[in-house]
Ligand binder design. Structure first.
Ligand SMILES: [Zn+2]
Ligand SMILES: [Zn+2]
Length: 333
């Protein structure tokens, strides 16, 4: 058992109240302004961390962060069409408007992706994994750390059934302390490198080194200057990796307060054209923008959906064999 480092509970309680208040406001605002989805993504991440410490429901907030982030990136390429998403709870909310490109950066994408994987949010995970990399590259806010881009490429491959080995290797090389600013070195060595090693093992079907990675997380966030940073209360990276490992039949082999993992649903109802999982009876598929109610939806499981894939002839993203439209570039077969 790898326990959480000591945290100041009173401070965590105060912060939770602030984030809850903001979340209530932003859930209403999101129906008019896509910019509110940015706050909901950040609030969801913070509330999940705070609830993990305070004994609330961290998975609920991971879900909110994942859905808000997937909605944000989907609206950016919905050609002005409103999209329906569940946010907090199961009811679909109609969202419209075009988010500003400056909020569509790699760090936010990564954050949403990790929450989606950890919370078993298959729809949000697929939407984020099929967000074209060009959309994120075009954002005027760019990630400072050089390993973020190859790491994102690796995560897309992992979630779409492709081979993440080459981008994982690039990400690992980019964590070399010699090529990083001094202020990034500890984070790269204690947080990113162990995460990348775990992902290699998950892909190779070997026992992932979760214990070592969790101990380094504990060490990094035990520092007095970091111990009350909610980012350290839960490891989003290792929680996401544990969820992916579990889907591949690989147990984490260790228990830890830093892991928040929800089982993915066994059955997914997917768009008949692009095979991205659909939330309820949405009138439009947020990935391919078709009306999925015109044909019988495809019922599958998370593993089965990415078991047989082929590269899209136009953009090379791995897409399910049964898909007639690529969820990334929207070209038809
Ligand atoms: Zn679709
Ligand atoms: Zn494509």
């Amino acid at each position: 058992m790898i326990s959480r480092h000591p945290v100041e509970i009173g401070l965590a309680r105060q912060r939770r109240e602030v984030y809850l208040e903001s979340t209530r406001t932003m859930l209403t605002a999101a129906q008019e302004r896509p910019q509110a989805l940015v706050s909901l993504t950040g609030n969801g991440v913070a509330l999940a961390s705070l609830d993990a410490v305070l004994g609330g429901d961290p998975v609920r907030w991971f879900r909110l962060a994942a859905r808000a982030c997937a909605a944000l990136f989907s609206l950016a390429r919905s050609q002005g069409k409103p999209l329906s998403f569940p946010l907090d709870g199961d009811a679909l909310v109609s969202l419209s408007g075009v988010p500003d490109e400056s909020v569509l950066h790699a760090g936010r994408w990564l954050s949403g992706w990790l929450c989606a994987a950890a919370a078993g949010e298959a729809g949000a995970l697929a939407l984020l994994s099929h967000t074209p990399a060009q959309l994120i590259d075009a954002s005027s806010s760019q990630a400072a750390a050089p390993y973020v881009r190859p790491l994102s490429d690796a995560l897309r491959q992992l979630a779409t059934g492709g081979d993440p080995s080459a981008p994982l290797m690039s990400a690992l090389r980019a964590t070399d302390p010699a090529s990083l600013p001094e202020s990034n070195v500890d984070y790269a060595l204690d947080i990113e490198t162990p995460f990348i090693e775990v992902l290699f093992a998950v892909h190779d079907g070997e026992a992932p080194p979760f214990a070592k990675a969790l101990e380094l997380h504990h060490k990094f966030y035990s520092a007095p200057s970091r111990k009350d940073d909610p980012d350290g209360f839960v490891s989003r990276r290792l929680s996401a990796a544990a969820a992916l490992a579990a889907q591949r039949g690989l147990p984490a082999g260790v228990e830890s307060d830093y892991l928040v993992v929800a089982a993915a649903p066994e059955t997914l109802i997917c768009c008949p054209y692009c095979l991205v999982p659909l939330p309820g009876d949405a009138p439009i598929c947020a990935a391919c923008l078709n009306d999925p109610r015109n044909d019988a939806p495809v019922e599958t499981s998370p593993q089965e959906r990415i078991a047989r894939v082929r590269p899209c002839p136009k953009c090379a993203t791995p897409i399910p064999d049964l898909a007639v439209i690529c969820a990334t570039c929207r070209s038809r077969r």
